[in-house]
Design a protein around this ligand. Sequence first.
Ligand code: 6GU
Length: 394
Amino acid sequence: MRIDVVTIFPDYLAPLELSLAGKARDKGLLDVRVHDLRQWATDRHHTVDDTPYGGGAGMVMKPEPWGAAFDELIPTGSTDEGTPPTVVVTTPSGVPFTQALARELAGRERLVFACGRYEGIDQRVLDDTRGRAEVLEVSIGDYVLNGGEVAALAITEAVVRLLPGFMGNPESLTEESHTLSDSGSSLLEYPVFTKPASWRGHDVPPVLLSGDHGAISAWRREQAVRRTAERRPDLVHPAVLLDDVEVRLVRPSDAGELFTLQRACWVQEQQDNPGVVIPALTESLGDVVAWAAQATVLVARSAGRLVGAVRASPRGDAWDIGRLMVAPDLQGRGLGRMLLERIEAAAPPEATSYELFTGAGSLRNQKMYKKAGYRLAGSPEPGVVRLTKARITG
Ligand code: 6GU
């Protein structure tokens, strides 16, 4: 494989000479060349950036130096002899870099990295290059780096170690995190241990010393699944997109699932508020049917599944909101906040404030309510806090 890197900071790419990529070079698997973009800038100051058309902050990388760089590195006609080169433009607005993309890139004969700086590269450079090469805009994660150099290093490292003949022991490639299992799902790696069996009072899990290979595989798989569910729920079940969610008024036929969802949701509340009596945990199906018929109740469904609900009723001048619930596996995605906004919007015209209660120990709930504009307004009984928000009517 041949890799060219075009950057205004060639020194940044020095690590390519070392370790991994250096090893691949020594084995003759890899030919890496780093180029300074400024050598293709024609003015006296070797200018590579300019102000953006349309205004706005920051600078944009000028098209001419990039055009000249690609003309030299990827001459027209380079498509004719076999596979066209792949230009990887590193940018936070690219497609996510994944192990699957690393495997794809490892199959290419030529990669050309274009390391963006400033606010990015004039878009026409990429459009102009598409005739001669496959152009991919790639990001290494949801955060912003000053430039694409570190991303180019990371991508190179992930790709080069997959080159046939690079790894001494190819088996270590098939077991690691993010390798697709037979079922097609991706799991994080299980925790690993080495000698001694006891260290600073921490023991290695006994099953690993048992010599029972079946039990060891089962334990490892269980640990991998547990870790993945905790750290990367997005890998276990694809994110529920908010526009997948239908919110509507409750119907009598929702009651059974509402009853089940309520129980599941308030178990956590009981754990966070020990000793507090929580009616939502002990109500019967009949109780749920009764309040669902009396109050204004909204339910959220996603792909047919009941995933959230909220209820409210007028009390004096207040719109009394309660039973805001989101399925435990889908919390933290803004669903609760959306339901809260929707039930606020359903308040009768005469309501002047919103009011709700939650556990004194339910810090996550309180944080969400405060973000939504609620303020603590006393404690009606031990372990319970009241929150209120003035209604602003236009
Ligand atoms: Cl590829 N470039 C920059 N500048 N920032 C990033 C990135 C790339 N990937 C994540 N953040």
